[in-house]
Design a binder for this molecule. Structure first.
Ligand SMILES: C[S@@+](CC[C@H](N)C(=O)[O-])C[C@H]1O[C@@H](n2cnc3c(N)ncnc32)[C@H](O)[C@@H]1O
Length: 183
C-alpha cells in the first residue's frame, strides 16, 4: 500500500513538472515571499524516514511549495500539514491530495509566520533564505520537537545538530529544538 502510494505521488509530480516544461516554464518560481524549488522525491522520502518520522508524529512542512514533501510525510506519520504562500502551488497541493485520496494531510495558504508551530513533533524546511531572517526566532519561540533542514545552504546557528547525512546529493540535518519551559 505504502509503495503504491509513493509511486502515485511520484508520478503525479513528475507529470506536473513535465507539464510546466511543456509550457516553457521551469519547476522553479519566485513566490513573492521566497523562491520555490522542489525537493527530489526519493531523497526527501528517504530523508523523512531517516530523520525519524513515525506513525505517531505530527509533521509540518514550513514553506510546502507544491505539497510533495507533505504528501510523502503523510505516508509515514499520523498527520502532515503544509503551509505555503503561493496560491498556484497551494492549489496543486490540494489537487494532488484530493486526487490520491490522502486523508491525513492539510494545506494552508498564507504566510508561515502566521502559523503556530505548537503541537508539531517534526518541522521540515527546505529553506530559500537565511534562517536569521525570522525563521530561527520563530522556531525557538514555538517549536518543541525536531527540525529537519533539507539542503546545504541555510542552517540555524543556535540549535544542537543531532544528525546529518546525505540523501542522494542533498545534505539533510536534524536539529533538536527544545523550548525552555517556565518553572
Ligand atoms: C525551496 S521551496 C521548498 C518547497 C517544498 N518544501 C519542497 O521541499 O519541495 C521554499 C518554499 O517556501 C515558501 N515560503 C518561503 N517563505 C514563506 C513564507 N513566509 N510563508 C509561506 N511560504 C513561504 C516559498 O514560497 C517556497 O515555495
Amino acid at each position: 500500500m505504502g509503495s503504491e502510494r509513493l509511486s502515485s505521488i511520484k508520478s503525479e509530480y513528475d507529470g506536473f513538472y513535465r507539464d510546466l516544461l511543456g509550457q516553457g516554464r521551469l519547476p522553479l518560481k519566485d513566490t513573492k515571499v521566497g523562491f520555490w524549488g522542489a525537493a527530489i522525491t526519493d531523497e526527501a522520502f528517504a530523508a523523512l524516514r531517516k530523520a525519524g518520522l513515525t506513525k505517531s508524529s505530527r509533521f509540518l512542512d514550513l514553506g510546502s511549495g507544491d505539497g510533495k514533501v507533505t504528501l510523502l510525510a503523510a505516508l509515514l506519520c499520523k498527520e502532515a500539514h503544509g503551509v505555503e504562500y503561493d496560491p498556484e502551488l497551494f492549489n496543486k497541493s490540494v489537487e494532488v491530495a484530493q486526487k490520491l485520496g490522502v486523508g491525513n494531510v492539510k494545506f494552508f495558504n498564507y504566510d508561515f509566520f502566521d502559523h503556530s508551530l505548537e503541537g508539531y513533533d517534526v518541522v521540515f524546511i527546505h529553506p530559500d533564505k537565511p534562517m536569521s531572517r525570522g525563521v530561527e526566532q520563530k522556531l525557538k519561540d514555538e517549536l518543541n520537537g525536531k527540525l529537519v533542514v533539507y539542503g546545504h545552504h541555510f542552517h540555524p546557528t543556535s540549535f544542537k545538530r543531532k544528525m546529518k547525512f546525505n540523501s542522494g546529493e542533498t545534505l539533510v540535518s536534524v536539529y533538536a529544538v527544545k523550548q525552555m519551559k517556565a518553572r
